[in-house]
Ligand binder design. Sequence first.
Ligand SMILES: Cc1cc2nc3c(=O)[nH]c(=O)nc-3n(C[C@H](O)[C@H](O)[C@H](O)COP(=O)(O)OP(=O)(O)OC[C@H]3O[C@@H](n4cnc5c(N)ncnc54)[C@H](O)[C@@H]3O)c2cc1C
Length: 529
Amino acid sequence: MQFRAPINDILFTLKATFDELPGLDFETAEAIVRHFSIFAEEILAPLDQVGDLEGSHLEDSRVRVPSGFVDAYRAYIGQGWPGMAIPETYGGQGLPEPVVSALSEIMSGANHAFQMMVGVAPAAARAIIIHGTQAQKQLFLPRLVSGAWLATMCLTEPDAGSDLAAIRTRGRLVGGNWRIHGEKVFISGGDQDMSEGIVHLVLARTGEDDYGVRGLSLFVCPARREGNTPNGVRVTRLEHKLGLSGSPTCALSFDDAEAELVGAEGDGLSCMFNVMNPMRIDVALQGIAHAAAAAAYSRTYAEERTQGVRPGTGKRAAIATHGDVQRMLATQDALALGGRAMAYHAIAQLERSTLLTDFLVPICKVFCSDAGWEAADLAVQVFGGYGYLREYPPERILRNVRITRIYEGTNGIHAMTLVRRMLRLNERAALKEFEGAIVQEIDNSALVNDWRHATQAVFAIDDPGIVATPYMKLSGLVTFAAAWQRLEARIDLAPEPDRIRRLAHFVRRTMLPASAMWAAMCLDPPVAE
Ligand SMILES: Cc1cc2nc3c(=O)[nH]c(=O)nc-3n(C[C@H](O)[C@H](O)[C@H](O)COP(=O)(O)OP(=O)(O)OC[C@H]3O[C@@H](n4cnc5c(N)ncnc54)[C@H](O)[C@@H]3O)c2cc1C
């Protein structure tokens, strides 16, 4: 079973969401998407299972990536992909965000582990472009554009996961130069042997120990100094994980490593916020990449696998003809298409409205990562016992997609932020924008009423933590409904209009009624222990 990039669905959703792409016509965008798909299908996808079975490993304290990954990275550089998201002023191609996101989704679908290693570099470049000095831009951007260097984001510590206020890694000035000291864990691509160099973006404490997140500053810290001498950054452990074994997840020790401050001292977290929304959309699209792959494999399998007989014919039936299997296939397809449309809509808001973006992005991150998990679970089910075997893709997809609900802020933390902060932010201004842009557009009074009643109920609860996830699920469903409505409105652009019409009907009849259940949980919450 071979990975095929969902090019037609991606192009349809791009056109249905954006009237135009900044600085690029749709024909060129389509050519780029098709060109990248060939690379993803022919070079990256065949290495997905290799990476899973072989994994990265440590050799003399250096990480070695699985067989074939180094050559694949050379091809990635050779075709000029590292610079796709970086503006032309800095030597990149400066592709518009929606196209970059489309390519990122295709890469995640083909080989999520590879995407994890190369996917941080554009975010690091963005942080340096926005907050870095001229000298930092001159030093790091050309290396990131050429692919000579890759990047990491070093936030998590053993005692500081969701709670970044607990970060203990310190940045201190020694003789006028910054030095980083401390331990970071779970760092994706913390070391690898694909790129010549690595730059770590490190969140470290420069203020008092009890200063919370305001005492944090952002640093750039190359793994090695100029002249290729060690810079006091060491891999102390390589994690063994449920999935994504090809992607090295490292514990890193920073032993007075030389670093430079990015942005103002104490502004570390706000500097990070500028890159977090695109990174969260990227994770949402990882979820969608898995949902789309799960849907495609399931359809192929269900059309070939025969069990039972076709009523009235006595002939063996493909399982795709059975109603319950059709329900599973339609659910996967609807989640992938609608989730992607949600993510693209959030991208469209990135430059337009900060308030709406801040409201929509966590909803997308949670909905799309949950969607990826649900679609993968359904794929295992469609494949029956074969779905449980290593030989078939659903088992791997299920393991790989699981992390998307945990990193870039756990889905639980995003739900808490939604009910505790976003609902109340700027005297409900963000909520009002969400109502105006999403809720009022929805042509489904039961769904809208469920959401409005739940919102009022959540406001009235002193500690809404216990209803955070049901409220997040409900808000996700509302955003999903709006996304499907937008797709349906542009059915004229769809390559398979009947499929879109059928799925839109399925969404309305079988998926949106779940709003009553989520609303009921918000209206009558159990008492927290
Ligand atoms: C494969 C992988 C790759 C990763 N890559 C990176 C990386 O490149 N860089 C990096 O910095 N980190 C990375 N991480 C770390 C990841 O971001 C963290 O695991 C995540 O932020 C959660 O932190 P934690 O694991 O400490 O869980 P915890 O924060 O301990 O959370 C455990 C559970 O408690 C809940 N919880 C915690 N606090 C609260 C609260 N206040 N209210 C309600 N519920 C709460 C959470 O929702 C979660 O369900 C990676 C992790 C993995 C597994």
